[in-house]
Design a protein around this ligand. Structure first.
Ligand SMILES: [Zn+2]
Ligand SMILES: [Zn+2]
Length: 106
């Protein structure tokens, strides 16, 4: 069986966050980096995770943290322009203080 790299692996590069302006390094686990680990904002570039198929390009605000038994903690983003909602796994270096501030009392 041959091994071909997926588009997700090709997308594991650093970028400058459009919201806080900090330089974001590539994902430490080699996974696809979806959002800024400092402010947790994202950018609306995907229709399906990692596909870079959206034309919107607007900032996506981190709205809430959800927990899924299989995937662990999930960060929910909403696009500030078109209102699209995205669910993303946390990265190991995401800022816990920012995450906790998103948690709403039940
Ligand atoms: Zn940021
Ligand atoms: Zn959008």
């Amino acid at each position: 069986m041959s091994y071909a790299p997926t588009s997700r692996e090709q997308e594991n590069t650093g970028f400058r966050c459009a919201h806080c302006g900090r330089e974001v390094p590539a994902h430490p686990g080699g996974s696809y980096r979806n959002h800024c680990p400092y402010c947790l904002w994202s950018v609306h570039v995907d229709i399906a995770p990692g596909d870079r198929a959206a034309d919107c390009q607007a900032p996506m605000r981190p709205e809430a943290v959800d927990h899924s038994g299989k995937k662990g903690y999930i960060l929910i983003h909403r696009c500030t322009v078109c209102g699209a909602v995205d669910r993303n796994k946390l990265a190991p270096d995401d800022d816990l203080d920012v995450l906790i501030s998103l948690q709403r009392p039940a």
